[in-house]
Design a protein around this ligand. Sequence first.
Ligand code: ATP
Ligand code: MG
Length: 400
Amino acid sequence: MPESEWVLLVRYSEIHLKGLNKPFFERKLIEAIKAVLSDMDVVIKKAQGRVYVHGLALTDIELAISRLKKVFGIHSVSPALAVDATWNTIVEAAYTLFADALKEKSSASFKVIARRADKSFALSSDEINRQLGGLLITRFPELFVDVHIPSIRLGVEIREYAFLYIREVRCAGGMPVGSSGQAALLLSGGIDSPVAGFLVAKRGVTLCAIHFLSPPYTSERARDKVEALTKILSAYTGQIRLHLVPFTQIQLLIHENCRPNETVLLMRRMMMRIAERIAASEGALALVTGEAIGQVASQTMESLIVTNEVVKMPVLRPLIGFDKQEIIEYAKAIGSYETSILPYEDCCTVFVPRHPLTRPVLSKLVESEAQFDYNKAIEDALNNTKVVTINRHLDYSPQA
Ligand code: ATP
Ligand code: MG
């Protein structure tokens, strides 16, 4: 293809550690890359542990990078100048990159980092570093070498073509979605659960989502908020089926029949029972929540245990050891924070007692649950659950 062309050079995250299964992970990664660049006229190639995106319009490069940053399985991306692998073209390409990089600088330290994957190329990696470094200093007197902490790193990879780059953009890491089965995320409108979903998806897990709403105590806008959060997540995960479960009847039954300090935990137990049924119907293998030990009364060790007790499915809690502040930083980084803090009511904020239990006794909760026919209420909730399919939203930014 080149004489000279801009390509995106995509580096794998953990996939290179895989043995015999590597082709499977590579296929999933390429599928994900194709999905986020489907509206651009590109050719995607795989060679020696890298993926190359050819054919990008110059004006699409930044947009393509911003999308690839959200593809799990990618460690980093570099916009690279691809040229024929001859010495003269390599030197010319290096001059072009530096002329641009030095535009607003009076001096800069640099280092050349060559990798000769094609051993038939006449110069070794070390010789390329030294000779190209020398030529660059002659051409740009404002440059000086610093091999330890250079401000500019010129990467040169000699393969089928030579790829030269200065920028290396860190991406989300992890493993391609679709490589590790499916889980069902209990998605509230809060800060924690979107981050929990992000972290599980990062390990290659496909997500479906479940939200409990309590109309008329929760409004349409609370529902819009959870849809917006699902759209934000979908940029990373691809399509998400969002199950909207009417929870009002169950909450009222609990409220009328049980001790006030138990209501939160009884609600949590009902949510888990319903979520497990929906997860099974979706083919999901686990539930995911945004709980962290001790964050609120319903998340003490004792509370988590009685919540867990009603389901057989594993419950993944990726935030279990995180501080709130750490979770907030994640939420900001993935882009969900601003939406999560919008002030619409959540079903858990309706009917909350002033003094919820922190050291629940399981037998007492079970006794309370025997006061009403929750099985029927659960069937009703499941029968009235609505599913919204949220397709992958690229470049989505919710209106605050
Ligand atoms: P978040 O910030 O995710 O709302 P939280 O700190 O407010 O979490 P809780 O309200 O106790 O904690 O909820 C604990 C977890 O239970 C949530 O992280 C979420 O996974 C799930 N959950 C709570 N409310 C709902 C809801 N209305 N719909 C779906 N899942 C919910
Ligand atoms: Mg919450």
